[in-house]
Design a protein around this ligand. Structure first.
Ligand SMILES: [Zn+2]
Length: 75
């Protein structure tokens, strides 16, 4: 798996790998889609906008499959 930390180590990326949205976690795909505080606020607002229960997922795989558990009706 390619990570930002790995790309930085082999001199592909330069600078910090700390999340630029929250300044706390390492900026990897799991952080950017799941565990970042700023992103959790965005997901909450998306849930409100779509009128679905708030999303609680712990992996990108769960995020990609969450639509299967929602009772969404076509208009
Ligand atoms: Zn973050």
């Amino acid at each position: 798996m390619v990570t930002l930390k790995g790309l930085t180590k082999i001199d592909i990326l330069h600078g910090t790998t700390i999340c630029k949205l929250c300044g706390e976690g390492e900026e990897d795909s799991n952080h950017l889609f799941i565990s970042c505080y700023v992103v959790s606020v965005v997901w909450h607002k998306v849930s409100l906008w779509c009128k679905i229960p708030q999303l609680y997922v712990f992996s990108i795989k769960e995020l990609l499959e969450v639509h299967k558990s929602l009772m969404v009706h076509k208009l």
